[in-house]
Ligand binder design. Sequence first.
Ligand code: ACO
Length: 321
Amino acid sequence: MITGKILGTGSYVPPRVMDNDDMARIVDTNDEWIRERTGIGRRHIAENETTSYMATRAALRAIEQSGIAPEEIEMVIVATSSSETIYPCAACEVQREIKAENAVGYDLNGACTGFVLAFNTAQAYISAGLYRTILVIGAESMSHMVNWTDRSTCILFGDGAGAVVLRAQEGEPVRMAAHSDGEKGPALKGLSRHRKDWDCKDSDKDAYIRMDGQGVFKFAVRKVPEIIEEILEQSDVSLEDIEYFILHQANRRIIEAVAKRLKTDISRFPMNLEEYANTSAATVPILLDEMNRKGMFKRGQKLMMAGFGAGLTWAGCLFEW
Ligand code: ACO
């Protein structure tokens, strides 16, 4: 079976760090509350770096590790919901910057589920035999989206990007699943800066991100274990065979609740949200890159990725390193 193997990973976060004490100088909050409710300690915030700049830095690191030439890349997919420009899309800007002159590029807006959806899309192209080498990126500038006077959301997010290079090789097929529940969409809304009045009450005209935090929490802890089990049912792989569960890094308590529901030790659920907070579509590839560069992966290991977020959407995939 032809499948997309990860040849290399890369990531980039802006150097400017805002810790929880910095947040407490902006809104009525404190380090203890943020750590206890979310697990977040710091976040990296873009100053002049744009979404496509961060995506490009991550991509160049992934390409360097892959040992391929940029001209070998046939497709660039950037999962993002916070790019400064609608068009040209971030993927075409990356394509230009990395000189991937033979690649088609497009963005995919799947909010926090975006990277997993983009990874699965790339895998489908590869297993269909249509493309051999695809660069998949998750990149977000969440600091542009949040309302910095709303303590219930601004403390949650950070900026950054992560990337993987996939190359067609013989291997075990990637198992995947994805769902949406548009009925629950109002639980998490991100408003375009040009349409601030869209569907807003007068009281929250300035809110870029509006969220029913507890609603999203309950959705995530129910749907993530469900989709992991759904994916396992497609294969002869059991929960015990999975080396790591690489989940969207929204909240430590969500990840702990998922591990508990699956009766799986939390040590198999790596986390880095203390350092980066929720970088939406970038959390999963940033974590993948950190683990890869620490030497945590070996060929043949089985890994499960899962994302969840606005839409509401949730998606996952099981693949071999
Ligand atoms: N600092 C201090 N107090 C705060 C803060 C803050 N930053 N934010 C809210 N509070 C207060 C509230 O005003 C409330 O006060 P009250 O009791 O006097 O009314 C109290 O803390 C409790 O607020 P809750 O909203 O009930 O707190 P909760 O325990 O639900 O935690 C949180 C809030 C962290 C947002 C939680 O609901 C959560 O993590 N939900 C999931 C959200 C999420 O992860 N979203 C992103 C996923 S999707 C994506 O990635 C885009």
